[in-house]
Design a protein around this ligand. Structure first.
Ligand code: ADP
Ligand code: MG
Length: 369
């Protein structure tokens, strides 16, 4: 049986439609992320599961029981928010132990059992040295981990985590997300994890839901989301550097399929394989072509290579990132391993790997995402 089910959840705030008919289910122990931009409705969705927000329509089921009308304390869910609300007058230890002392708990723990649980979670999250401090004596990142520890100490059967790593610096973020995942797996809890960071979602999740203006854009495993994005929106959201998206037309030329960019500074014509998801875009006509920067080749002898002058070049430790202008503020990027020896202005032959191309229907104006 599914651990958690959302059925047709819809929520307005006044005239703002925050969540629009969202349905999905999570299996027991699944790590499920909700990924979307600010304002997409992620927090509202999570709060409907928690019982903090009452949806206008739809149902929430936990272990098959409808909990939509049940108060928060009857749901055995635990939450950690981006703005950690700790009790300022209580020491860190007391803050973390607080949920273990709730009167709704079936059994009161002995002081030894309680200390063992608190210490275990605190150690995994790296805050064990601060157990005797007050929240006011901690940094923002430490407080955020205390809030996370407080959510996880109860070993609830559903964790709701709303951008729990938002205030951590890059290194701590990486460490904490690894530990958080370790704790979730150890406890066997079903986790709903809200983030706007696709890297977090890809690295932690069993599955990811992409939310766009309150609606589901795609649900899939990290692999599916990355290698088979359902829409141009998902393609643009997931990947660094982001996927190149080029608008143009698809037309048949004899027995071949070609993609052509209108009013580019040099003719841009790309041969497409017959299977390039042409069904999805409904045959010939205007389409959006996608290609990840790492899949572009810089190859002088490539048949069908397009020569474009380098607009900008950036080097990192392992790769070079070349940008090319297609005119009208349109840029495409190629990422190549190593340090490429080239200068801005120099024309370079670019090869498109036919088996690494995506075709999409255009669903937003480029530059908007
Ligand atoms: P996210 O967590 O993805 O940033 P939210 O769920 O917080 O998105 O918000 C979704 C939409 O609902 C946004 O347009 C936001 O401004 C609006 N919203 C959220 N909470 C409230 C509220 N309490 N009152 C009015 N509007 C709200
Ligand atoms: Mg939010």
């Amino acid at each position: 049986m599914d651990k958690l089910q959302l059925q047709g959840i819809t929520k307005h705030y006044g005239r703002t439609l925050a969540v629009d008919d969202v349905s999905f289910a999570c299996t027991r122990g699944e790590f499920f992320s909700i990924l979307g931009a600010s304002g997409a409705g992620k927090s509202t969705l999570l709060k409907s599961v928690a019982g903090i927000v009452q949806p206008d329509r739809g149902r929430v089921l936990i272990d098959g029981h409808d909990v939509t009308k049940r108060p928060i304390q009857d749901r055995n869910v635990a939450m950690a928010f981006e703005n950690y609300s700790l009790y300022p007058q209580m020491k860190v230890y007391e803050n973390i132990a607080f949920p273990l002392r709730a009167p709704t708990r079936p059994r009161r723990l002995s002081p030894t059992e309680e200390r063992a649980k608190v210490t275990h979670v605190a150690t995994i999250l790296g805050i064990e040295p601060y157990l005797d401090r007050l929240p006011g004596q901690l940094s923002g990142g430490q407080r955020q981990r205390v809030s996370l520890a407080r959510a996880m100490v109860r070993e609830p059967n559903v964790f709701l985590l709303d951008e729990p790593l938002a205030h951590l610096d890059a290194k701590l973020k990486f460490q904490t997300r690894t530990r958080l995942k370790q704790l979730a797996v150890e406890i066997g809890a079903t986790t709903l994890y809200v983030t706007h960071d696709f890297r977090e979602a890809l690295s932690l999740s069993d599955r990811i839901l992409i939310l766009r203006q309150g609606r589901i854009e795609q649900i899939g495993t990290p692999k599916e989301i990355y290698h088979a994005p359902a829409t141009d929106f998902v393609a643009a959201l997931v990947g660094d550097p982001p996927m190149n998206l080029i608008d143009g037309r698809v037309a048949r030329a004899g027995d071949r399929l070609r993609f052509e960019v209108e009013d580019a500074p040099v003719p841009i014509v790309i041969d497409l394989p017959e299977n390039a998801a042409i069904d999805r875009i409904g045959g010939e006509g205007t389409v959006r072509l996608g290609c990840r920067p790492g899949d572009l080749r810089i190859a002088p002898d490539d048949r069908g290579a397009i020569r474009l002058p380098i607009y900008a070049i950036e080097h990192s430790a392992e790769a070079s990132l070349l940008s090319f202008s297609l005119g009208h503020d349109r840029i495409i990027q190629a990422q190549v391993p190593g340090r490429i020896d080239a200068r801005a202005g120099e024309p370079v032959p670019i090869g498109f790997a036919a088996d690494r191309l995506f075709l999409f229907r255009k669903s937003f104006e480029l530059g908007e995402v």
